[in-house]
Design a binder for this molecule. Structure first.
Ligand SMILES: *Cc1c(COP(=O)(O)O)cnc(C)c1O
Length: 381
């Protein structure tokens, strides 16, 4: 079945009891039992809920996992997955991962004995050099946030297997429409469902899946034990968003390519980061590993001092955190999404204070280009 069909019919796509073609929102906390010690399929909604279950089956189906898990946010999912590791474990972490991912490791898990080393995972040698005796996993984002760096997931997974490590991939930017890390050898895939999967900036959610039955059992145990589950309303919204993921991603990346090319040819722009540009260091690898380049574009102005003026001059691109919704957004990572990463670490990773990140929406492309043009005209060269 093509993934575009799976978006609509994958996992559990209709209600077992009524045949409703949209899985209902089972707004219930508990379930009547058949007799003492004889629960039905569901017992209590932290452990399982039919609306959430439908979404969980869907993400597993889309990514090629054996079981899916839905959480109250992307970070709640990341928290649960990182809880797999005992104190004293070490992980290798990409150097421009989502700011909140860095923060939960640096400020929460380190306190509980997790160790980490930050490397540029787009260069495999950096990973290999930093594998220690207590290393348990390699945590990768590709494309990364906000520099859209591309890491060779298959090569990382092969290296990880050789050293008996897990490969964890945050697939939020690519979505299963453009890239399926489990098929490339990864062990666990993580998503912020808040972004492209939900797709309409109306829900916060997180999804996790794995193709390893043992890991699935451990994650399932932790999901119930820690309790950061996604509620039925938000499960329904996330599943509804996924139904149109294929056509939205096509529209996002068509617009993003046009915006990236426009920026690259503009005299006020210093540098553009978009994997769909031939000038991007990861362009060839992205072509091989992904079926498209996605909707995220970052760039620097020649005159960094004009960054605030530029983002405030945009009219259709809304100045806001987050990404992946139908509407175009703009943000400055150093002040917004990545402010929790210390300046020296940010700069070492290549994230300059003047870096601007665009989440290119699915509006009419000429309107987006005109908006960028009028804002660039205001800041001049
Ligand atoms: C937003 C984001 C997260 C965190 O997800 P939340 O739903 O905001 O908790 C993790 N990874 C990436 C790549 C993100 O963009």
């Amino acid at each position: 079945m093509h993934i575009n069909t799976k978006f609509i019919h994958g996992g559990i796509s209709e209600d077992k009891t009524t045949g409703a073609v949209s899985v209902p929102i089972y707004q219930t906390s508990t379930y009547r039992q058949n007799g003492l010690g004889q629960p039905k399929e569901y017992e209590y909604s932290r452990s399982g809920n039919p609306t959430r279950h439908a979404l969980e089956e869907l993400i597993a189906d889309l990514e090629g996992g054996v079981q899916g898990f839905a959480f109250g946010s992307g970070l709640a999912g990341i928290h649960t997955v990182l809880s797999l590791f005992a104190p004293g474990s070490h992980i290798i972490l990409g150097d421009d991962v989502y700011g909140g991912t860095f923060r939960i490791i640096d400020k929460v898990f380190v306190k509980n004995g997790l160790e980490y080393t930050i490397v540029d995972t787009s260069n495999l040698a950096n990973i290999e050099e930093n594998i220690q005796e207590n290393t348990k996993a390699i945590y990768v984002e590709s494309p990364s946030n906000p520099l859209l760096k591309i890491t060779d997931i298959q090569a990382v997974a092969e290296l990880a297997k050789k050293h008996n490590l897990l490969t964890l991939v945050d697939n939020t930017f690519a979505t299963p429409y453009l890239q399926r890390p489990l098929e490339l050898g990864a062990d666990i895939v993580l998503h912020s469902g808040t972004k492209y999967l939900g797709g309409h900036s109306d829900v916060v959610s997180g999804l996790v899946t794995t193709n390893n039955q043992e890991l699935a059992s451990e994650i399932g145990f932790l999901q119930n034990a820690v309790g950061g589950i996604l509620g039925p309303q938000d499960s329904w919204l996330t599943q509804r968003g996924i139904k149109t993921l294929g056509i939205r991603m096509e529209a996002h990346q068509k617009n993003a390519q046009a915006v990236a090319e426009y920026l690259e040819n503009h005299e006020a722009v210093e540098k553009v980061f978009y994997p769909g540009l031939a000038s991007h260091a990861g362009h060839e690898l992205a072509k091989k590993q992904m079926s498209g380049f996605g909707g995220m574009v970052s760039f620097e102005l020649k005159n960094e001092a004009k960054t605030a003026e530029f983002v405030e001059a945009l009219k259709i691109f809304t100045l806001a955190e987050s990404l992946g919704g139908v509407e175009s957004l703009v943000e400055v990572p150093s002040i917004m999404t990545h402010a929790s990463i210390p300046k020296d670490k940010r700069e070492a990773a290549g994230i300059k204070d003047g870096l601007v990140r665009l989440s290119v929406g699915i509006e009419y492309v000429d309107d987006l280009l005109a908006d960028v043009k009028q804002a660039l005209d205001k800041v001049g060269k």
